[in-house]
Design a protein around this ligand. Structure first.
Ligand SMILES: NC(=O)c1ccc[n+]([C@@H]2O[C@H](COP(=O)([O-])OP(=O)(O)OC[C@H]3O[C@@H](n4cnc5c(N)ncnc54)[C@H](OP(=O)(O)O)[C@@H]3O)[C@@H](O)[C@H]2O)c1
Length: 217
């Protein structure tokens, strides 16, 4: 299986490092292809860089590690190539105001996942994942004992199988928060199962179980 990682910033580079450490093939792409090339060289033979078009074409799974506004442009532009692929969406409805304060970019109750899923072609296998921890925690928490949990949300069986495998390969424990309707629970701001909704805690399986059931451990 090959995973295309579109965007090699905070989230994309971290997931790429974890997947390669777990023995997974990745194809990296970014707006500036030299950044993807530099990361591919750092990660070695399991990683290569490509254009966005070639990366998506050659992959089974596509992680869109870009901001929601970028997805609004990229998904329509590459919709035909995304048909039949598992598409992983880590986005949060987050922006920053002129004072640098975090703001919510979507109305309360509307998840970023619902926006991204609606942009995708009908044949894509959508899953929300890899955005439930802040970037620093995601980078630092692979292969802990006990394993840190990464929540995911999907209505799609093919996507669920793929993301469970990739989360384990990356060194985490997968936990299904629910279907697409539960995407908002694992997004920030506002999601009770996002790291920020868990008071900054990186949950292990016991904490995830109690949190997902809706009561404090
Ligand atoms: N940062 C966090 O703590 C965090 C936590 C959870 C979820 N998320 C979510 O993860 C996503 C990515 O966040 P991030 O912090 O990793 O962002 P980032 O560091 O700003 O990286 C964004 C990446 O997108 C690439 N990109 C932009 N336009 C592109 C295009 N047209 N084609 C291909 N690549 C393009 C950029 O390419 P260049 O490298 O060439 O500029 C960059 O590599 C966002 O949706 C965010 O909400 C972030």
């Amino acid at each position: 299986m090959t995973t295309a990682i579109v965007g090699v910033g905070n989230i994309g580079s971290s997931v790429a490092r974890h997947l390669v450490a777990g023995g997974e093939h990745v194809v990296l792409t970014a707006k500036d292809e030299s950044r993807a090339q530099a990361l591919a060289e750092e990660l070695g033979p399991l990683a290569r860089a490509a254009s966005v078009e070639d990366a998506i074409s050659g992959a089974d799974v596509v992680l869109l590690a870009v901001w929601l506004d970028t997805m609004r442009e990229l998904i329509p532009a590459y919709a035909n190539l995304l048909t039949g692929k598992v598409v992983i969406d880590p986005s949060n409805p987050i922006g920053f105001d002129t004072a640098g304060q975090m703001t919510r970019t979507l109305p309360d109750g509307e998840s970023s996942g619902s926006v991204v899923a609606a942009l995708l072609p009908a044949g894509a296998h959508y899953v929300k994942a890899f955005g439930t921890l802040g970037a620093d925690a995601l980078a630092a928490s692979a292969n802990r004992d006990p394993l840190a949990v990464l929540f995911y949300a999907t209505d799609d069986h093919t996507a669920a199988i793929a993301i469970e495998r990739l989360i384990r390969v990356a060194g985490f424990e997968p936990w299904k928060a629910g279907g697409l309707a539960a995407a908002g629970r694992i997004e920030a701001p506002g999601g009770d199962l996002h790291q920020y909704g868990l008071n900054g805690e990186v949950a292990d399986i016991n904490r995830a179980r109690s949190a997902a059931a809706g009561f404090a451990a």
